[in-house]
Design a binder for this molecule. Sequence first.
Ligand code: GLN
Length: 276
Amino acid sequence: MTLKEYLKNTREVLKAKSIDAASLEGEILVRQVMNFNRVQLYQSLERQFPPDKQELLQTILERRLQGEPAAYITGEKEFYGLVFYVNKHVLIPRPETEHLVDKVISLADSNHLPVIADIGTGSGAIAISLALHLTNDRIFASDISTGALKVAGLNCHRHGVTERIKLLYGDLLETLPEKADIIVANLPYVRTADISPDNFEPLPALDGGEDGLDLIRRLCYQVKEKLNPNSYLLIEIGLGQKDEVITILNSFFPPVHIEVILDLRGIDRVICASFT
Ligand code: GLN
C-alpha cells in the first residue's frame, strides 16, 4: 500500500473515533512515523509505505485512540509560529494563549517595561515567544514543577534564548528576585470537577481547585509586592471566570484599570490589569 493509502486509512480511523481535526492529526502521526516534514510527506504520497514501519504506526495510532494527545506522541507542539518540545510534565500550549502573548508584546512595544515575569511557565512557550519578539527585556520564567522547568530549559536552548530567560524554581512569585513591569500567567484554572478522568496532561497544570481560581487568587495576593509602578498583570482565565477575577483584583488593588480580551470563540480569555 502507498503512503497515500495509509494516510487515508489513519485519518478514517481517527474520524470514526470522533477525534477533532482527524485529517490534520492523521497527517501528524504518519509524518512522525516516517520522520517527514509536510513537504516531504506530500512529495512521497505515491511511494510504498515501508513494511517495517507498519507496527510503529499501529502503536502510535493506538496511543492516540486511547486519548493521548498527538503532541505528547510527537513530543512537539506549535505555538506562536514556533515549535516547542512538550512531554507529560507540561500543559500542551493552546492557541488561545497566543492572545496573552499578543497583548504583552503590544504593551511592551508601546511602553518602557523592561522586566517581565512569566509565572507557571510550563514548556516556556509564553516566555520564549516574548523573548523572540522583544529585544531588550529581562525575562523571568518560574514553575514549581522541576519536570516542567527541564522542558522549558530545552525549549530555551532550542530557540537560542538561554541567555535572555532566567528560569526560576518556586511557588508563583516566591523566588522572583526583583519587581516586574509585566507579570503574565497562564496558571491552572480548570475547576476540579471539570477535569476529565481520562486527562493526559499534568493535573497540577490544570487543576485550579473548586472554582478554578485557587492559584489566581494566590497570585493576586502576592503580586502587590512584586510589581513596579505603572505595571501590568495579565492572567489567562476560563469560561465564566471573568467577574470573579475582576472582583478579586478590585479587592486587592482598588482602583485598577481592567481590560478583558476575548479569544476567537468569543470567550473572555485574558484579564489585563493596569496599575498606575
Ligand atoms: N485551557 C486549558 C483547558 O481548558 C486550561 C489551561 C489552564 O488551566 N491554564 O484545558
